[in-house]
Every structure is written in C-alpha cells, then in structure tokens.
Design a protein around this ligand. Structure first.
Ligand code: PLP
Length: 411
C-alpha cells in the first residue's frame, strides 16, 4: 500500500483533486502571499517575452552595466577553479576577501574595519535582507525615503517590520529634517541610498552628517547602501556615514556589492560591515540558510577589490558621456528630467495626461513597451506615480535608438 492510499488527503493532493484538504493551510504561507516580486525584474521579463515574439525590444529596465567583467577578475576565477578553491568556505566569506573589503573601506571611504566586522553575502540584496533580519522585530519601523528602490520596503515588510515612507523634496536629496516627523519609539533604522536608485540623487555630505547625528542621538541604525558610490558625476561627492567617527561607525551598517562597480552582477557577491555582534549574528544566519557565497566568485571579488581600478574609472567615464548625451537628448525632446548626480538612471517626469492631469507612469511605460518596443520601469514601482526610470547603462547605439523611439511620446 502506498502512503497516498493510506491517507485520503494525500490521495486527493496527489491526484490533483481539489477536495477538502486535511489542514486549513492555503498553498502558500501568508508571508509569501504578501510578497510582491521585484517590479524591475518583472518589467524586464515582459520585455524579454515581447522579444521572444520577434519584436526588436530595447530593454532599459535593469541596473546592469553593459560592460563585461574585467579580464583580470575572470582570470582570478579561472585560477580559483584550477587551484581547487571549489569547496565550502566559512559561511561569512574567506578571510582574504574580508581583508580585501577592509582595505577597500580604508582606501576609498576613510573608515577602518577589522575582518570580524565584515560578512560576505550573496549579493548586496542578501546583505540587506540579512541586515533586516538581524535588526527588526515584528512591528519595528524602518524609515525609507521615497522614491525608493522597491526591495528596501519589500524586505522590511517581509521580516514583519513596517517600512515608513519618508517623502523627499523635489531634488530627491534626503535631509535630517525630512526624518523628524516620522521618528517614533518603534523606529529601528533609516535607509540611506546615495547615490540613489532610482533617482540618481546624491546626498550632500553635510546632510549625511546631520542624518547620522540624528540617528545616533535617537539610537537608531543607519543602513547605508552604497552600491553606486563610484558612479558620480560633476561635483558630486560621496560620504560614507561610518567614516564620521566611532559613534557613527557603531550605528551604521554599511552595505555594498561588487555587482555594479566591477560589472559583476551575475557573480553574486555583496558584503556588509557592522559591529561584531551584528556580524556574528548574520554569520550564523548565513550558516543556516545559504552557507557561503560562491567560493569562486569570492576569489574573483578579491581580484576586483584589490587589483587595478582603472577599468572602473574607464567604465564610469563612459557612463558620464552617455549620461551627458542621453539627458541632453531627453531635454531636446522636451522631457522633464533632472541631471542625476550619480548611479546610471534617468528619472523622467511622465508627460501630463491629455487634459492636464498627472501622468500615469504604469500606463506610460505600457505604451512605451507596446507601441515603442522600449522597456523602462514606471515610477509606481518606486512609490512615485509621476515618473519613469530609464537605465542608461546601455551602449551609446542603444541609447541613441531609445531617444528616437521616445520622440513620438515626447510632451
Ligand atoms: C540600491 C541597490 N542596492 C542593492 C542592489 C543589489 O545588488 P546585488 O546585485 O549585488 O544584489 C541593487 C541592485 O540593483 C541596488 O540598486
């Protein structure tokens, strides 16, 4: 007798019948029922589906440099394979990579960390998720300046905490005064993402200082996602909050990734730096969930962080030229788009609807996709209905073509 014959509930499930199940559970947990998948990834998937039907689609959705991973980084991965670095590593990363991360913080951000203050994770996304799990109890509040990258809010909610939206001024730069009215006894952390995805805005150093001072005075953490720190244009300056002194370092959790800076989105290496209690908790969490990030990718990341940095400068230089030409092109067409000081996104106002009403970003992105065969991400994904994000991390030829396709949709 098979188990399903002995148990009628198993029998109906195994035959696909929809009779009453023995338990009151839905197919999915409540937690997963409430999770909204990444809208940037889903708009990109729509573009790919349209392309599979034969359309020539320009995909400007994802924040992914079109550059290939640099040759010396690939060579380090090949060597790691040849050297048999193909086994489990410590859950929080190999000591050599932790040291390379410490050296990077010292060299680039003027803050000294020790290896026991670093955890290597499966991309910046997992680092952020681990931080939320480490910091938040159900009902805790985390301040999220909006417009925001949707993953912040979704991860906060997923761990049972509450993402509290903090609307930004039209220049999209966070100031301490924006936070004041949103602080409560349940506030646990504030998210900083400078340069910002989606807006490209860069916080002024004095604002980073004031926000960090406010956080210290209230005993809340600054979670500083510095994924785009190298993508800076013009006079913009990047300041790492942890560099502001010992108290600032204690109350800051730095999150970063090699994904964008080194054109390594597929390798899945990110990292965080925090006080040792948080690091050891996240290390334990990794040991019970993913275990280590890919060993080969870790050795590649060491080469990326410790090797020559001229390829990064070349890539950022190329992005600066594309930014200039693309935003100029948008302005020439009549689109309203502020000059982004960092990252690689144009954040465009959706043209007003006929009759003068506010533009509807989802409707506009849908028209661009269906009529213009051009994929973008509507501002609705970033809690900002009136805007549209266009990634200019694409070749010049693609961006020139994108401007042509935008022409019929210009205001
Ligand atoms: C603001 C921000 N943080 C983190 C990440 C995650 O990067 P990773 O690919 O390393 O997970 C991204 C990627 O789009 C991002 O835009």
């Amino acid at each position: 007798m098979t188990p399903s014959m002995a148990n009628p509930a198993l029998a109906s499930a195994s035959t696909g019948a929809t009779g009453t199940l023995a338990t009151p559970h839905a197919v999915l947990s409540r937690r997963l029922q409430g999770l909204a998948p990444s809208p940037t990834i889903s708009w990109s998937a729509r573009a790919k589906a349209l392309a599979r039907q034969g359309a020539n689609v320009l995909d400007l959705t994802l924040g992914e440099p079109d550059f290939d991973t640099f040759p010396h980084v690939k060579a380090a991965a090949e060597k790691a394979i040849r050297d048999g670095k193909t086994k489990y590593t410590p859950a929080g990363g190999v000591p050599e990579l932790k040291q390379a991360v410490c050296d990077k913080f010292s060299r680039e951000n003027n803050v000294e960390y020790r290896p026991e203050e670093i955890v290597v994770c499966v991309g910046g996304k997992q680092a952020l998720y681990n931080v939320m799990l480490a910091l938040c109890d159900p009902g805790d509040e985390v301040l999220v300046p909006v417009p925001t990258w949707p993953t912040f809010a979704e991860q906060i909610a997923f761990v049972g905490a509450v993402p509290v939206h903090v609307p930004l001024a039209p220049d999209h730069r966070l100031r301490a005064s924006d936070l004041e009215g949103h602080l409560t006894p349940r506030t646990r952390a504030v998210i900083l993402n400078s340069p910002s995805n989606p807006t490209g805005a860069v916080m002024r150093p004095e604002d980073v200082r004031r926000v960090t001072e406010l956080a210290i005075s209230r005993g809340i953490y600054v979670v500083s996602d510095e994924t785009y720190e190298h993508f800076l244009y013009g006079e913009a300056q990047h300041l790492t909050p942890a560099a502001l002194g010992p108290q600032a370092k204690a109350w800051t959790i730095e999150v970063n990734t090699v994904s964008k800076t080194y054109a390594m989105t597929g390798w899945r290496i990110g990292y965080l730096a925090a006080r040792p209690e948080i690091v050891s908790a996240v290390d334990g969490l990794m040991s019970q969930t993913t275990s280590n990030a890919c060993s080969i990718a870790q050795w590649a990341a060491i080469a990326a962080l410790s090797g020559p940095q001229d390829s990064v400068r070349e890539m950022v230089g190329a992005f600066a030229q594309r930014r200039q030409r693309f935003i100029d092109g948008l302005h020439a067409l009549g689109f309203d788009c502020a000059w982004p000081d960092g990252a690689f996104y144009a954040y465009v106002r959706v043209p007003q609807a006929e009759g003068g009403g506010a533009g509807d970003s989802t409707a506009f992105a849908t028209r661009l996709m269906e009529e213009g065969h051009m994929a973008t991400v509507p501002g609705s994904a970033f809690f900002d209905e009136g805007s549209l994000r266009i990634s200019y991390a694409a070749s010049q030829a693609v961006l020139d073509e994108a401007l042509e396709r935008l022409r019929p949709f210009a205001p």
